[in-house]
Design a protein around this ligand. Sequence first.
Ligand code: NAP
Ligand code: MG
Length: 516
Amino acid sequence: MLAEFRNESYVDFSRAENKAAQEEAIKYVENQFGRKYALFIDGQDVKSDRLLKSYNPSDKEQIVGTFYKASKHEVDLAMDAALRAWEKWRCVTPRERAIVLLRAAQIMRRRKFEINAWMIIETGKSWIEAEADTSEAIDFCEFYGREMMRWSEIKGVLPFPDEVPELRYLPLGVGAVIPPWNFPMAILTGMTVAAIVTGNTVLLKPASDSPAIGYLLVEILTEAGVPPGVLNYIPGSGSEIGDYIVQHPKIRFISFTGSKEVGLRITELAAKRSPGQIWIKRVLAEMGGKDTIIVDSEANLNDAAVNVVASAFGFQGQKCSACSRVIVLDKIYTKFLKMLTEKTKKLTLGDPRDSRYYVGPVINQASEEKILEYIKIGRTEGDLVTGGEKAPGPGYFIQPTIFKNIQPGARLDQEEIFGPVLAVLKASSFDEAIEIANSTEYGLTGSVFTRNRCKIEQAKREFFVGNLYINRKCTGAMVGAHPFGGFNMSGTDSKAGGQDYLGLFMQAKSISEKIG
Ligand code: NAP
Ligand code: MG
């Protein structure tokens, strides 16, 4: 009998032995920098004729690893392997598939400091953000493992006279899993293991900014017992091979998490039938956000300020759930802004290999340029309160930045920036605050700080987001408790980490046998 699901607890880095273990793991990963990584297709290392380099965003000349890159040829090899493997994998019992995930969770626990270290170095996560990411990956394995067992026991039908009706959940086939780099272990793992545990086989195209972490997951799942061909690792540029994968007639589903632009493109391409295609492709597309926190006049302001800072600047604002707008009631606007600014100015910024730093680099040069461009726009749309500059150092460091007096409809009010830039808006009433909050094309996360019960209930009714939080930060969804996914242009609302999620990777077959 399996123990009930519990979220993984975080390592306490204030303990000397944990700090030492994390430092040692960082050194271990640094010693791997010269490695060259093959693609992994049908249980074999495969080399191609082109290379992709992964860099450390804190030290942009530093190459974290070199990867062979898939072209159409390797996509075809992976597809053949996945199709063959599916014939066997779909017949493996749900229980056996689930146990593979439970083993993977154990391996991740064993290698936790190392997984953290890869994220600290390849994506610039602070220690605690990396630890939360690895813990969430473990949660996905533990949760979806249990969920698969639960789904396999669901009856799904009512009795019918003289018949024995049943409903079986079958896998879909070969799926493309296309994750982002920003939760390089957690989202990658969740998307991949959900597809596999339900009996599908996978073409995994990791994000080009975090291929090493993708490779690490493949290693872990292989050790956990995923058979050859079930998981095929094909790093490569999304703009080069993405369309080919998505349009492939044998792809049955695409599980994507990333930007709105790419998500919409995938949705559009997948909707068009390719020659030889005999099904409608299923698309899960979890996309961007313009996430908002409302700070009401009846809130605990200090608590609100602490949580806005964490939501806006944790991992440099590079979370789909990051707070990028705070709407403050005019009665407390000046007072709250002062508290917010003081706390933001205290944030430490630098290479997160050093555990003293909370804010690290943004992911790459294109991202840095885009964020600095938004800072320029912010200077014309509002008043700079703090930050506003690139910070010194060999990486893509940008100061945590706040603009006040941003008006509804401004670009800083409407567009996803995906960096450490926070827009502050003023509202004259709670009604108006909700109206501004709902005024973008997105609908991912949001939170409200107030002690007023009526306003809490109003927000629950009217604040239109997939993940609403009251009196807590708008980031940090926990597997099991906070199924995750957004409305409108934030995506298909697949609710990762929730009880409905695995159903999206299966199709139901209704069977009824007449008796007598
Ligand atoms: P992205 O640029 O859209 O990339 C996501 C993935 O799509 C990457 O693996 C990328 O490969 C691939 N890709 C790019 N072009 C493609 C194409 N034409 N066809 C198929 N795949 C293609 O997003 P990102 O910069 O990695 O991540 C940041 C975005 O993700 C933000 O908008 C954020 O809000 C969103 N996000 C949403 C959620 C959620 O749950 N809603 C969670 C996390 C992040 P390359 O890396 O090779 O370009
Ligand atoms: Mg990208």
